[in-house]
Every structure is written in C-alpha cells, then in structure tokens.
Write a protein of this length. Sequence first.
Length: 127
Amino acid sequence: MAKTILVAEDSLMLRKVACFPLEKTGYKVLEANNGIEAIEAMSKNQVDMLITDLNMPGMDGFELIAHVKEDEKFKHIPIIILTTEGKKEMVMKGLTLGANSFLQKPIKPDLMLQEVERLLNKAAKGA
C-alpha cells in the first residue's frame, strides 16, 4: 500500500512543486496550507510522513512539529522541514522539536525523494 505524505506549505506553487514528484513516485499526497489544516488532515487520515514549511499563517511549522510529536498516534512519523531559512538556529529549533531532517528551498526533487525514502525506510525498521 502506498505511503501517505502530508505536505504543509502556504505557497500553492511551492506546495505543487513538492507534491508533484511525490505523486509521480507513487506516494499518496495530502496538502495543507498551514499547520491548522495539517492537523485536520492528520485527524482524518493515516499519515506516514510530514513535510512542512516553517513560516506559515495561522499555525507555523514549529507549532505543527510540536503538536505532532505530542500526539501518540503520530509522534513516530518522520518530519522533514522545507525552508528558505538559512539561519542555523531556526533549523536547529525545528530539529530539537522533533523534525528528522530539513531541506533548503528551492526544492530539489531528487534530493527530496532521496530523503523521503531514507526516512521512511528508517521508520519502517523502527530506528
């Protein structure tokens, strides 16, 4: 069965750029415009991975990561931060909250797919 990946990104264009290669590779992809929509999507669907932007309206990526890691149902899922933030402390904050990895925008589809595969394989092994 195809793994489900939730992409939380407030820019429609960047969200499509992230979703297209995932869908093309065979993943089921859910989309959210912000953290609030992401939590709603997670409450209604089995999600295997979260890819999130940090700067979003309503609920930002930091709040979303913290919420996911506090939820028994989802605390084990891998999280990738997609960000334009070049500041090391911003990325470190996301990783400290529980994200597993980060990718710099603009999105490089091959690199993103490699990281998705690596983290899903690692999660499947229970590592």
